[in-house]
Design a protein around this ligand. Structure first.
Ligand code: AMP
Length: 493
């Protein structure tokens, strides 16, 4: 008989870009406008996921849900949608993946009727043993509805032998590996979880007595809610009518917050793990200027992601800052475009040179990262066409040499420019007069540490160092994956 379990290729439900999702999550408990507040919170988290959104509420013995492909605002701003989501507890999710074939069944929160009642869950991050667990669950007769790794959690909760809801969830969590911040909703409880390494962010807030869980503080600000604290790595926070209870069910391990959240992903007005993202980016720009200064007339950010670092670079170097590239805000992030052809065009759709600040000038361009090299190549070309005398590219992160398996969308390793090119080859590729990246020690210095070693293992910087702090179990069960997987295996041994 054929082996019908997920296999590499089209048969493997995780073997597409859905694996590496970026997401935002939100939850609120004890507020009569739970759905409306969740929609506003998700709107503030829209940068974390623009492909789909969903909200689940609980009211009077019933769960209600609405999920849609696309942005939050057009799908959730009608009165009817909010009216159909009654209740004083809600969770929500915004989702981002790079694959074009997004299906509604892959939109979170996931909801299931379990023996003990309804259970809804929304996830930011990526589980690294989801395929392994899924294979085992399918062998035991589980029927999966989606291709999302998150669905494994629901199955594990359903199958747990424990009698209490929180114990069932903890039972499930003890079996999963990877990076995850979760919000879950039952008939009586809102639950927030951060994985033991604390790779993805999750904060606790308060809106006039109603506890809130959100990926970032910007989702509290939009509501006028107070920031209470970050959920701790490995913490399970259970919120019900009796109050907030904290459980620490995992063995203690060293925190590994994702440093790329500071570089690119989080919103600059958020405060993450006690650091203002905006100020962190400015300091990164300042260290970049100290490390790789060059004589120039103007510092120009690649908008929007390069702006705070460029301000920091300009202030530290004394070279004037100008908005020499103007961004058209009516198109999403470059990465959203599903094919290479459209992605190339996307850069032009998105940016235009502000010629008066470029013509005849020696230009320093600052961007947060180089992934495939598409953006930098197009921007350098655009700035040259606008008459720049010299173009010096400065990148506010170390070279991205490795894929992320913990929830940031990066292409497979072979498509990362820095995985196959040294810095001089990259400079030639993007056709800049010079190219420099912040050093990894410089990055840690900007985050307030003496250097990377002094900081110990405070951050996950696997995309720059190749040191993966959490086991990549699924990579060992994919027999014939791409070169990326094979080389990763080599590095792990
Ligand atoms: P690339 O054009 O492939 O080199 O990508 C680099 C550009 O994409 C930079 O301008 C970044 O701001 C942006 N970027 C970096 N990482 C991501 C990501 N995970 N998702 C979306 N955009 C990204």
């Amino acid at each position: 008989m054929d082996d019908l379990r997920p296999q590499p290729g089209p048969m493997n439900p995780y073997d597409d870009d859905h694996l590496r999702e970026e997401c935002g999550i939100f939850g609120i408990f004890g507020n009569p406008d739970a759905a409306a507040n969740t929609v506003l919170g998700l709107h503030a988290l829209q940068h974390r996921g623009q492909e789909a959104a969903g909200v689940v509420t609980f009211h009077d013995g019933r769960f209600n849900g609405h999920r849609a492909l696309g942005h939050v605002a057009p799908n959730f701003s009608s009165e009817k949608v909010i009216r159909d989501l009654p209740g004083d507890a809600a969770i929500g999710h915004v989702r981002y993946s790079t694959s074009g074939d997004t299906l509604l069944r892959n939109v979170q929160p996931i909801y299931a009727d379990l023996t003990f009642g309804g259970f809804a869950v929304a996830h930011n991050g990526n589980l690294t043993n989801a395929l392994t667990l899924r294979n085992q669950l399918v062998d035991r007769g589980a029927i999966f509805q989606s291709t999302m790794d998150t669905e494994v959690i629901t199955h594990l909760v359903a199958l747990s032998q424990k009698t209490q809801m929180v114990d069932r969830l903890i039972d499930a969590l003890l079996q999963i590996e990877g990076a995850y911040s979760l919000v879950a909703l039952t008939a009586k409880k809102l639950i927030g979880v951060r994985d033991p390494y604390g790779v993805r962010p999750l904060v606790l807030g308060n809106l006039k007595g109603a506890p809130i869980l959100a990926s970032e503080t910007c989702a509290l600000d939009i509501l006028g809610a107070d920031y209470v604290r970050d959920v701790e790595p490995g913490e399970v926070l259970v919120i019900d009518n009796e109050g907030i209870h904290s459980y620490m069910p995992f063995p203690r391990t060293q925190k590994r917050f994702c440093i790329f959240e500071y570089i690119y992903f989080a919103r600059p007005d958020s405060v993450v793990e006690g650091h203002s993202v905006y100020n962190a980016r400015k300091r990164i720009g300042a260290v970049l200027a100290e490390e790789s200064g060059v004589a120039a007339d103007v510092v120009i950010p690649v908008p929007d992601s390069g702006v705070p670092a460029a301000i920091g670079y300009a202030q530290a170097s004394g070279v004037p800052f100008e908005l020499g590239i103007i961004r058209n805000h009516y198109i999403g992030r470059t990465f959203i475009e599903p094919t290479d052809k459209i992605r190339h065009f996307g850069v032009k759709l998105k940016h235009n040179a502000n010629r008066v600040h470029i013509e005849g000038k020696r230009v320093i361009l600052v961007d947060d990262s180089i992934v495939r090299g598409t953006t930098s190549t197009k921007i350098v070309e655009m700035v040259r066409e606008a008459g720049a005398a010299e173009v010096h590219m400065r990148i506010a992160s170390p070279p991205t040499t490795h894929s992320c398996f913990y929830g940031i969308d990066t292409p497979e390793r072979s498509k990362l420019l820095a995985a196959t090119h040294d810095i001089e080859q990259m400079r030639q590729f993007i056709k800049a007069d010079s190219l420099a990246f912040i050093s990894i020690d410089g990055l840690y210095r900007a985050m307030g540490h003496a250097d990377r070693m002094q900081a110990g293992a405070r951050y996950c910087d696997a995309c720059f160092s190749g040191e993966y702090p959490i086991k990549l179990t699924d990579e060992t069960v994919r027999p014939a994956r791409s070169a990326r997987q094979l080389s990763l295996l080599a590095e792990l041994t």
